[in-house]
Ligand binder design. Structure first.
Ligand code: C5P
Length: 232
């Protein structure tokens, strides 16, 4: 399995994202395109970044009835992205429908991963707002197991959960972990963080890194530092 650093390109416009990507002369980072950029610029932004030779994680977190998700995934598969995602809380039938929609006629498909509980949801809020009374850790592992049962490739999770997800779902089940910070860096609004080196040690398969690279004085050097700590 290819360990890689995915750069979260959380920019509002196409010009901003290209100004950023133009800094990279030698590497072609794996990039994450989220809702903000996708809704602002539409599917063309995906095609353009792909044309420049980058791998793409399209982070749209689908969650709807199975038929709608299946049809939407069959549109996304034609964008030729390398990875995309959905909410595990959409249930196993929704995840199975998503896989069906995502699979191309020749049997190939992008990697499909599930969001378990968002890291912005605390156990307290999960109880009060969602009426889920189990410990959050148990809920996250249960959702990961559901994703595996549905045939998905892995989950997005906190780096602190990655090791346990591998214990529960096996080492081939992919963990994609945001919340990564350099040891000497600013944590920003992330609370539970790990360095790229620690994320490597606990077995994350992909780390998603945004501001420590995009807001760095030298983004290329910051990207190289991530790769050196996590991949090499
Ligand atoms: O800038 P930063 O490194 O915090 O960016 C992390 C990226 O990962 C952002 O795009 C954020 O939306 C995403 N993410 C996250 N926590 C999750 C899921 C996604 O930080 N649980």
């Amino acid at each position: 399995m290819g360990k890689d650093v995915i750069v979260a390109c959380d920019f509002a416009t196409k010009d901003m994202v290209f100004d950023f990507l133009n800094l990279f002369k030698e590497e072609k980072p794996f990039v994450k395109i989220g809702m903000e950029l996708f809704y602002a610029e539409g599917p063309e932004i995906v095609r353009e970044i792909k044309k420049r030779g980058h791998k793409i994680f399209l982070d749209l977190k689908l969650h709807d009835i199975p038929n709608t998700v299946k049809k939407s995934m069959s549109v996304l598969r034609n964008l030729d992205v390398d990875m995309t995602n959905l909410h595990a809380s959409g249930t196993i039938p929704m995840m199975e429908a998503a896989l069906e929609g995502l699979t191309r006629e020749d049997g190939t498909r992008p990697i499909l991963i599930a969001v378990t509980q968002l890291t912005s949801t605390s156990e307290e809020v999960m109880k009060s707002d969602l009426l889920i009374n189990e410990p959050i850790d148990k809920v996250v592992m249960h959702y990961a197991e559901n994703a595996k049962k549905a045939g998905l490739d892995g989950v997005v999770c906190s780096p602190l959960e990655a090791e346990k997800v591998h214990n529960v779902c096996g080492n081939n089940f992919i963990t994609v972990t945001p919340g990564v910070r350099f040891a000497d860096g600013d944590k920003g609004d992330q609370v539970r963080v790990m360095t790229p080196e620690q994320a490597k040690k606990i077995g994350s398969d992909y780390i998603v890194v945004g501001r420590p690279i995009t807001a760095a004085n030298d983004p290329v050097a910051a990207y190289r530092r991530c790769v050196a700590e996590f991949v090499d």
